[in-house]
Write a protein that binds this ligand. Structure first.
Ligand code: HAM
Length: 420
């Protein structure tokens, strides 16, 4: 029996896992620098949390959830997204009763039973933030700028930002009247009519060409914004301009989740083909209340780590050279191994990474392994080196060597590495 990973999951093993880690940690850096704090949450929740929170009209809920009954007969679902679980935790732990906005972030696996293809997985990785309890266009702009900073920190350039506003309750009610009337004039199949009854906005997101063509002349929400929603959206735009974050307004954007209100946005990468959404988010004024909390607004985003990595690879900006160890130690003989272990430990204490050639390989084999590891420096510890206490430190890229003693090694490496 030969086992394979389940169909459509993304998994990362060396050497690419290092690039995955770098992508995740780089995206997290801009989040942590903005005062968001970690919530470590379960990957499964009560099914009803998602049906209520994400919305029954969405593909995510109606077609893509991994739902099962646990041993106690409860209906459980693997989290298809992070927002409702994070808000469930905010409510359960009273984080919305402290300083507002409550600002949390999360990172991990999410599950959607989609048809797998490049950049679309059944288990994927995402990092997300949620800011709950304050309605302020400057907060919306900061949320967008944190995602933007994360993508820029990866070195990405070939992406764009689309924004729109889904307005407040008043805006959406006015739009809905005209949209429903418009949809009634269309020749649609039964399933689509049912979907439109649950949420008429969903029809903007239909993948079928004929439905897209019919919806091309449908009334759009942006034309129905209330005075306060319009002012809010204009303020978000002026903050983004002040931040010099380029954006386009895309009034036909429909996010795949039903809870959005107000500012909504998507980051799209230009080189990723069909699965080009590298991140997206927006506000959700009614969601806290919908899942049993106080009536508080919120806004957040989710960034796709798998897709951000694909984008970084497509733009050739993954700094693979930085992933290698600083030093590769090749001990020859038992005494040398013991010395290598001691050296390696003291280097690690000084924040210098070090690998040892284990096993009793020939010098030639060990040098090959050192080469493969792409370590920056190599030291061979032979009998004569042990006896004299002097080693040759070889810089692998240039092939140049210098003589160092055991006591000067840490300092020499620290100096050499800081000037690379
Ligand atoms: P989402 O746009 O559904 O938003 O997902 C966030 C990101 O996860 C997407 O932009 C995409 O990069 C990535 N992603 C989604 N599905 C897949 C998949 N099947 N395979 C690979 N990557 C995928 C949310 O989930 C919202 N919770 C974001 C949010 C937070 N809105 C407000 N707060």
């Amino acid at each position: 029996m030969k086992f394979q990973a389940p169909k459509g999951v993304s998994e990362y093993v060396p050497p690419r896992s290092r690039a995955f880690e770098w992508t995740r940690d780089t995206l997290l850096r801009s989040i942590k620098h903005s005062g968001y704090q970690l919530v470590e949450l379960p990957v499964f929740e009560d099914t009803e949390l998602f049906t209520r929170g994400v919305g029954a009209s969405t593909d995510v809920v109606s077609k893509e959830m991994y739902t099962f009954e646990d041993r106690g007969g409860r209906s459980i679902t693997l989290r298809p997204e992070g927002t409702v679980g994070a808000l469930r935790a905010v409510i359960e732990h009273g984080l919305d009763r402290g300083v507002l906005p409550a600002k949390v972030f999360y990172v991990g696996q999410f599950f959607r039973a989609e048809r797998p293809q490049a950049g679309r997985y059944r288990q994927f990785y995402s990092v997300g933030i949620e800011a709950v309890g304050v309605d302020d266009p400057a907060l919306d702009a900061e949320v967008i700028s944190i995602a933007y900073a994360g993508f820029r920190a990866l070195g990405l350039k070939q992406f764009h930002l689309d924004i729109t506003s889904l307005g407040d309750g008043q805006s959406r009610a006015a739009h809905k009247v005209d949209l429903v009337a418009f949809i009634k004039t269309l020749d649609l199949d039964e399933a689509t009519i049912v979907r439109a009854q649950l949420n008429p906005l969903r029809l903007f997101d239909d993948k079928r060409e004929e439905v897209r063509a019919m919806m091309a002349t449908a009334p759009i929400l942006l034309d129905y914004l209330s005075e306060s929603s319009r002012a809010h959206f204009l303020a978000v735009q002026s903050h983004l301009k002040a931040l010099e974050i380029p954006f386009s307004i895309n009034p036909r954007m429909v996010r795949g989740l039903d809870y959005y209100t107000g500012t909504t946005f998507e980051f799209v990468h230009d080189l990723l083909g069909a699965q080009s959404g590298i991140g997206g988010g927006g506000g959700y004024a009614g969601l806290m209340e919908e899942i049993g909390g106080q009536s508080l607004p919120g806004i957040g985003f989710g960034l796709g780590i798998d897709r951000a990595l694909l984008a970084a690879e497509a733009e050739n900006v993954v700094p693979t050279a930085e992933f290698a160890s600083d030093l590769y130690l090749i001990p020859l003989g038992a005494a040398a191994k013991s010395t290598a272990l001691i050296i390696s430990e003291s280097l690690r204490d000084s924040n210098i990474s070090c690998e040892i050639a284990f096993g009793d390989r020939s010098l030639k084999g060990a040098m090959k392994a050192a080469d493969k590891s792409r370590a920056r420096y190599v030291i061979v510890l032979g009998e004569s080196e042990l006896a004299s206490g002097e080693f040759e430190l070889k810089h692998m890229a240039s092939g140049s060597t210098s003589s160092v003693t055991l006591t000067s090694l840490v300092q020499t490496l620290q100096q050499a590495l800081s000037v690379i």
